[in-house]
Design a protein around this ligand. Structure first.
Ligand SMILES: Cc1ncc(COP(=O)(O)O)c(C=O)c1O
Length: 409
């Protein structure tokens, strides 16, 4: 037996290093369902940090649908989709998801995944294989989510795709580079709603550019599906776009309140991803009971209840934008339920999160590498289950905490 266990010493050293840089993340376990109040460490905290934007994660109709789905289909799928794990519940869900985006994507077909992370990896690596090695260009927005970044990295190592980063708020550079690009396959990849800033991608302009330079446009609408658009169909509905070039990814563990994700695109792209998407092919299908639950979630999102919940959410967003003012900290120009407050240093963000915790709030500090160095922040998110009074109390608390952090650091 070796006495010199180097890997363990390395792990301990690396963790100490994270601690020293104030970059160590901590797990907290909740003892309550996801909602605006969370039971954590034997205390009840007011939570403004989940992505359960419509407040559906503990909705009685979804809880009942999951129980009913488990009775009907059992709890496990037993295999990957292409072996024997694909159930009629998956099939029905995929048809409903395709119908959600069919006004914006002609001949739309949808493919369901267990997570958005996997859907993104599958879409980017799978689509990159449409062309020969070395004949693919990927244009990726600089502030894209980690799952898109990882998908791009993997595609680049698998297919030698040429990767170019661009600023989604200034598309001139993207156009300039595309003008020079002779590769037969070009893929533009962008977050629909940027997860750490809350701003919305200029999808109409991006689509114009994609059409002009014969590119595909992949939009990860993880934070827009359920939230944006009259019917909650997301950024494509809100932007009123229509094109076969759009590859849409929506996630189902955020506004939809359950879990999973989907890729929606014109049918041949989806058929190709079923044939060649390794995460799809080599992973066990999500339990059909989850797919069954999601069908009820889609009905809630599209129906009267979804409309009422989006109205409440938009009222909260408007109040925040009108009434929340800071002297030192910075808000971002976000019109979505993601409303970050930028503090800058890790120390300030951690101090603010701690004071918020002491005041009974759960709003964790978000630090690099999730956000760029020097832009550590409080990522505040709203749920339709928050009341206007909840929000006004938070605004007052934040104003006091800003002064406390400033005078202590
Ligand atoms: C923009 C974005 N895309 C994808 C994901 C991954 O989705 P999932 O949590 O379903 O894996 C997330 C968040 O988790 C996200 O914020």
């Amino acid at each position: 037996m070796s006495t010199n266990f180097k890997a363990r010493a390395m792990a301990e050293h690396q963790i100490d290093d994270l601690d020293a840089q104030l970059l160590r993340r901590k797990l907290r376990s909740t003892a309550s369902p996801c909602d605006t109040k969370a039971r954590v460490d034997q205390r009840e905290l007011k939570a403004f940090c989940s992505n359960d934007y419509l407040g559906l994660a503990n909705h009685p109709e979804l809880v009942a649908a999951l129980a009913e789905g488990a009775k009907r289909y059992g709890v496990g799928s037993g295999a990957s989709h292409l072996i024997s794990g694909h159930s009629i519940a998956h099939d029905l869900l995929e048809k409903k998801l395709a119908a959600c985006e069919s006004k914006y994507i002609p001949n739309a077909r949808a493919l369901f995944f267990s997570t958005g992370y996997l859907a993104n990896i599958n879409a980017i690596t799978g689509l990159s294989k449409l062309a020969n090695q070395g004949e693919v260009s990927i244009y990726s927005a600089k502030l894209n989510h980690a799952s898109l970044i990882d998908g791009v990295r993997l595609a680049s190592s698998q297919t030698k795709a040429k990767v170019t980063l661009f600023d989604h708020q200034n598309l001139d550079f993207l156009e300039e580079v595309l003008q020079q690009d002779a590769h037969p396959l070009k893929l533009i990849v962008v977050d629909g709603v940027f997860s750490m800033d809350g701003d919305i991608a200029p999808v109409k302009n991006l689509l114009r550019i994609a059409e002009q330079y014969d590119a595909l446009l992949m939009v990860d609408d993880a934070h827009g599906f359920g939230v944006l658009g009259e019917q909650g169909h997301g950024i494509l509905e809100q932007s009123a776009v229509h094109s076969e070039r759009i590859i849409y990814v929506g996630t189902l563990g955020k506004a939809a309140g359950v879990s999973g994700a989907f890729i929606c695109a014109t049918a041949p792209f989806i058929e190709w991803l079923i044939q060649k998407g390794r995460p799809y092919i080599y992973s066990t299908a999500t339990p059909p009971a989850i797919a069954h639950t999601l069908i009820t979630s889609l009905e809630l999102i599209e129906g009267k209840e979804g409309i009422t919940r989006r109205k409440q959410l938009n009222q909260l967003i408007q109040i925040w934008r009108d009434e929340m003012t800071f002297q030192h900290w910075e808000k971002t120009p976000s019109s979505t339920p993601i409303q970050p407050v930028i503090l800058g240093s890790n120390a300030s963000a951690l101090a603010a999160a701690k004071l918020l915790d002491e005041a009974g709030y759960w709003i964790p500090a978000i630090r690099p590498p999730t956000v760029p160095v020097g832009s550590s922040r409080l990522r505040i998110t709203f749920s339709a289950n928050h009341s206007v009074d909840d929000l006004r109390e938070l605004i007052k608390t934040l104003q006091v905490i800003e002064q406390e952090v400033k005078s202590n650091l």
